[in-house]
Write a new protein. Structure first.
Length: 40
């Protein structure tokens, strides 16, 4: 089921964007954001 797989990927990307946005609000540190986005 490729459509389900792409759905999960988009949901995971959306969750990552929300997490990064919250991190930016709490402590706007580019190095921290880079270290968190690297595994993705």
């Amino acid at each position: 089921m490729p459509e389900l797989n792409t759905f999960f990927i988009s949901v995971r990307l959306m969750l990552w964007n929300i997490i990064i946005y919250i991190f930016h609000q709490i402590c706007p540190s580019p190095s921290l954001i880079k270290s968190f986005t690297r595994p993705m």
